[in-house]
Design a protein around this ligand. Structure first.
Ligand code: ZN
Length: 256
């Protein structure tokens, strides 16, 4: 080996090691930890509180809305318009009927599922490509990301996979979620904000998300229906996450 080959190899090794160090450092950097706030099932009585906090805190979020609620909830159309007027808020499609909460039955009819999603586009005033979340299913169908709902069994998936494909083909980007702030039947959050924060920290340490470094957090509108507690919980969550160095991501840039 000639001396300059030796030097060149040594240099390459040093460069690689340097790269390793750089990437090693950046992947543990809090700035790479992005959280996507998502709220399902509005417009409902929590929507006003959610929007108010999002405006105050100036953070992006996606609200996956139900067409039927726009038409039946008092002030539903105004809440929809209010959400759409906030530049950092993405109004997404969460179906027209929310499957009437009978998911197996809903997904047994592919044409009806596609029609229900398209009906919601009309009510919500959305044009393709539409950011969407299927009712009751943690499914991703994005140009660069595809993931199945691991909570349903294979036999059920075989009955439903065509629904997901054809909905996506009809002009939808489908988003599931990485983690949920769970609520009980009365709408109250199950985890305290502190508990949720430590779970989020833990999950980022463990790092098993659909996209590395990106957590889509699922919440439901009804958790925020109490004007005081609802706003307070959401505000505290956002401020604490920010203080811990997390970034808030816009769902429109989740999978470019
Ligand atoms: Zn829902």
């Amino acid at each position: 080996m000639r001396w300059f080959d030796f030097v060149r190899k040594g240099f390459c090794r040093a460069l690689l090691f340097g790269l390793f160090l750089v990437t090693g450092v950046s992947s543990s950097d809090a700035a790479d930890r992005t959280i996507y706030l998502t709220f399902d099932d509005g417009p409902l009585p929590g929507t006003e509180n959610i929007l108010s906090v999002l405006r105050q805190e100036n953070v992006p979020a996606a609200l996956f809305m139900v067409g039927l609620h726009v038409e039946t909830i008092p002030g539903g159309r105004d809440l929809l318009a209010e959400a759409k007027a906030i530049p950092l808020v993405t109004v997404g499609n969460h179906s027209y009927s929310h499957a009437n909460n009978r998911y197996r039955n809903y997904y047994s009819n592919t044409d009806a599922v596609v029609a229900d999603m398209l009906h919601a586009n009309q009510v919500l005033g959305l044009v393709p490509k539409v950011h969407a979340r299927l009712p009751g299913r943690d499914v991703f169908r994005l140009p660069t990301v595809s993931k199945e709902d691991l909570s349903i069994n294979v036999a059920q998936w075989e009955r439903e996979w065509l629904d997901y494909e054809l909905v996506a083909e009809a002009g939808f980007y489908l988003y599931g979620w990485d983690f949920e702030w769970v609520h009980s039947d009365d709408g109250k959050p199950v985890q305290s904000v502190d508990r949720l924060l430590s779970e989020i920290d833990h999950l980022f340490g463990y790092g098993r998300f659909v996209q590395p470094g990106k957590m889509i957090l699922l919440m439901h509108d009804e958790m925020f229906q109490d004007k005081f507690d609802g706003q307070e919980n959401l505000r505290t969550l956002i401020r604490q996450l920010r203080q811990r160095g997390y970034r808030f991501g816009d769902i429109r840039t989740y999978a470019p």
